[in-house]
Design a protein around this ligand. Structure first.
Ligand SMILES: [Mn+2]
Length: 453
């Protein structure tokens, strides 16, 4: 059995990791973006508040130092043309290490990163003395802009007269362009998630429970070295397929339903995010096929526009026009550009009753990671998802504002909604952009004929 499992696992990663020089380059790039003298404060995640929960590092400290321990912080200090970096970590502690395993300690952290390292208890004092000499306190999280919890649980407030300024956007901008090493890690997370989808589809069948599918998925993640799911796995059948972030995964699926499987492995901090929709009994009904093909057409239309220099809104427009056309064909809306009465002048597009989320997002250290397109256009080494969907909630018409126009609309659309009720379809793929265009990297079968048309 052990030999069989080894044979089935994906080939082990070839030491995929971020080199230390790259962390140093990232810190130097951020330092160059400082608008003057001062201190950038980068706080890591604290130990989980509840005992025995897994630790997961804050994306900012992960990006700039790669330290995987609780209660670490980084200062980047700039005076004129001189930049210093100081890491703060837990000091070695034999008593606690009995319980938690070996700490890096200041020596270990310094050897690992090449930075000066001090005990974390020294952070507040060092910050005080640096800021008393003047300069701006640059923060890297919204929590730090709101207040300053101390390094060891004590409150800390900046010295009187300190000017605080966020560098969140600058850090996001850096993170929005992925390096070669990051692309390798993302590809690895995606490959593992592809395998999980392929395993999951073998389990889907009438009368199975959603959690059986979830179990195979998360088993496949871990077996291939992914540390954890990047987000709560979504396995939603029947009515659950129309809830965007359903993740209870405890329902028994029935013949004739659709099932939405939206999952992503986190590998060495990097996330994948792939969604497939399957017919529980292996074959879609004609209604499900129409919805599925519409969503797939929307994704293909957006994908065809994806290349460097293009605004993501162009992809959105391409997808929306396919979604609206398909919904009109199904009779779920009056026409592609029809509206309904809402609290906005001019009304709201009818297709939005069935497609209520964004088209996609960057992926990286977070499952919703910054990407270049947020700061302008898609660029080389942009990495993002394209994930259109249609969700026919059976009560979709019950919550429209009560106006004469909406009452008439409800009467017109009710038969179609009854016919398509509880069909939820989302198709989500991951892309890496190069000079040549967007590469589809999440190659799980997705055409109607492959999935159950
Ligand atoms: Mn997504």
């Amino acid at each position: 059995m052990a030999a069989l499992l080894t044979a089935l696992a994906l080939p082990a990663s070839l030491d995929a990791q971020i080199p230390q020089e790259e962390y140093a380059t990232r810190r130097a790039s951020l330092a160059r973006m400082m608008s003057g003298d001062g201190v950038i404060l980068v706080r890591g995640a604290t130990a989980p508040a509840q005992d025995y929960m897994e630790f997961s590092q804050s994306p900012s400290l992960n990006y700039l130092a790669g330290i995987q321990e609780p209660d670490a912080s980084l200062l980047i200090v700039k005076r004129g043309s001189t930049v210093n970096e100081i890491l703060f970590v837990r000091e070695r502690n034999p008593d606690r290490e009995i319980w938690e395993g070996k700490f890096l300690g200041t020596k270990g952290a310094s050897a690992l990163t090449g930075m000066e390292a001090r005990p974390r208890e020294a952070l507040n004092g060092v910050l005080d003395s640096l800021l008393q000499r003047g300069g701006t306190l640059f923060t890297t999280s919204t929590a730090d802009m709101a207040g300053f919890p101390g390094s060891s649980g004590r409150e800390w407030t900046p010295p009187e007269g300190t000017r605080a300024q966020p560098m969140i956007a600058e850090l996001q901008r850096l993170r929005g362009t992925k390096s070669a090493a990051e692309l390798q890690l993302i590809r690895r997370a995606v490959d593992i998630t592809v395998e999980a989808h392929n395993e999951a589809r073998r389990i889907v069948a009438p009368d199975r429970y959603e959690y059986e599918v979830e179990a195979i998925i998360e088993y496949t993640f871990r077996r291939n070295g992914a540390e954890r799911p990047a987000f709560a796995s979504i396995v939603g059948s029947g009515p659950n397929s129309t809830s965007l972030h359903y993740n209870q995964n405890d329902r028994q699926m029935k013949a004739g339903e659709t099932i939405v499987i939206d999952i992503g492995a986190n590998f060495h901090g990097y996330s994948a995010d792939i969604t497939r929709t399957l017919p529980v009994s292996g074959k879609f009904t004609p209604e499900q096929s129409l919805i599925y093909q519409t969503v797939r057409n929307a994704q293909a239309a957006a994908e065809a526009e994806a290349r460097p220099g293009v605004s993501y809104t162009k992809l959105m427009a391409a997808a929306e026009s396919e979604l609206a056309a398909g919904l009109a064909r199904a009779g779920l809306i009056d026409s592609a550009n029809a509206t309904y009465d809402c609290n906005r002048p001019g009304g709201c597009p009818q297709f939005r009753l069935y497609y209520m989320h964004g088209l996609g997002h960057g992926i990286g250290l977070q499952v919703h990671d910054p990407d270049q397109f947020q700061f302008g256009t898609i660029g080389v080494n942009s990495v993002f998802t394209i994930e259109p969907g249609i969700y026919v909630r059976e009560d979709v018409l019950d919550h429209l504002p009560d106006t004469p126009g909406n009452r008439a609309l409800r009467a017109r659309l009710a038969p179609a909604v009854a016919k398509y009720a509880n069909i939820g379809v989302r198709i989500e793929d991951d892309y890496i952009v190069s000079e040549n265009g967007a590469e589809w990297i999440s190659r799980v079968p997705r055409e109607l004929s492959e999935v159950g048309g």
